[in-house]
Design a protein around this ligand. Structure first.
Ligand SMILES: Nc1nc2c(ncn2[C@@H]2O[C@H](COP(=O)(O)OP(=O)(O)OP(=O)(O)O)[C@@H](O)[C@H]2O)c(=O)[nH]1
Ligand SMILES: [Mg+2]
Length: 293
């Protein structure tokens, strides 16, 4: 019997959804930072074996009061996961509090597929606190199939989680070629790896004002016949002042991004980043479409 299905990861920003996805599939697929709203798209991570295929979806954290079109699009990505889930991983952490009538909980209560509650970041509290959290969640969401405490950052309890997922996965077909890891092209991951550095290196509103497009991705050889990838990316910001701030440390940004790209691609990388101002890209429907929202 072959088991397969869509296993969708949802929850609030910054609880560790992307860290969990990466731990589950054993690849650095989704970018992770300590800033909320790191993930902006729905990203598939596919885990296949001879007798199963799990299609995980990492999603943006749910934004309570979206204030621009991009944030609305981010929430829409989350809502699509309610429609196609075969199993839902609802991720919370050891510090979050949910009111009983929280809209997300109401929505989860109506869901027909199995829901796993993942209580992440167990390293930050005493075991007794985790036990109490499990008890209180059982009252809040009685329909939960499995409750699994995890420490995604150290891959703790990920094996248990994976076993339970496979156990609850329905019988199903092979959706993707068994060697395929994701639905997104290289260019997407290139832009994400650069954006991760923007989130790391810049403060305040800059990370939320930046969008990156990888215009060109060319595989060639160096003079010494080493594999080389030539990448051209454009970084869009919303204001001239933001452009100036980024330009002032563009070297640091480009160097760190290039190193991470070389790790990711396992090849030498030549990276060229240019910066453009596009005032209202976060509300410009045409641009958002171009940016993949
Ligand atoms: N202490 C601790 N930190 C963790 C754990 N898992 C993730 N983190 C940290 O939590 C922060 C957020 O992790 P992400 O995986 O980016 O969280 P996310 O839910 O995907 O966030 P968004 O994409 O913004 O919705 C990062 O700084 C992670 O290193 C954990 O098990 N323990
Ligand atoms: Mg994320």
């Amino acid at each position: 019997m072959h088991k397969s299905g869509f296993v969708n990861i949802i929850g609030n920003p910054n609880v560790g959804k992307s860290t969990l996805l990466n731990a589950l599939i054993g690849e650095r697929m989704s970018i992770i930072t300590n800033k909320p709203q790191t993930t902006r798209h729905r990203i598939l991570g596919i885990l296949s074996d001879d007798d199963y295929q799990i299609v995980f979806s990492d999603t943006p954290g749910i934004i309570k009061d979206p204030s621009y079109e991009m944030q609305k699009a981010m929430n829409r990505f989350v809502h699509t996961t309610f429609e196609d889930a075969d199993l839902m991983l609802f991720v919370t952490d050891t510090s979050e509090k949910y009111e009983d009538d929280h809209p997300l909980l109401l929505k989860l209560k109506e869901l027909k597929v199995p829901i796993f509650l993942i209580i992440n970041k167990t390293d930050l509290v005493e075991p007794i606190v985790v036990l109490k959290l499990i008890q209180s969640w059982q009252l809040k969401l009685p329909g939960i199939k499995e409750t699994i405490p995890t420490e995604a950052i150290n891959k703790k309890n990920i094996d248990t989680l994976l076993k339970q997922i496979i156990k609850h996965l329905p019988e199903g077909p092979v959706y993707f070629p068994k060697d395929q890891l994701t639905d997104k092209p290289y260019r997407f991951f290139v832009s994400e790896i650069i954006r991760e550095q923007v989130l790391e290196q810049f403060k305040q509103e800059i990370p939320y004002s930046v969008q990156i497009i990888t215009n060109s991705f060319k595989e060639t050889l160096t003079k010494k016949k080493e594999e080389l990838v030539k990448i051209e990316a454009t970084l869009f910001v919303m204001r001239e002042s933001q452009k100036m701030i980024i330009l002032a440390s563009i070297k640091k940004l480009a160097t760190a991004s290039r190193k991470n790209l070389e790790n990711f691609l396992n090849k030498k990388v030549f990276l060229d980043i240019s910066i453009k101002v596009k005032e209202n890209w976060r509300d410009d429907e045409k641009l958002l479409e171009k940016f993949g929202y």
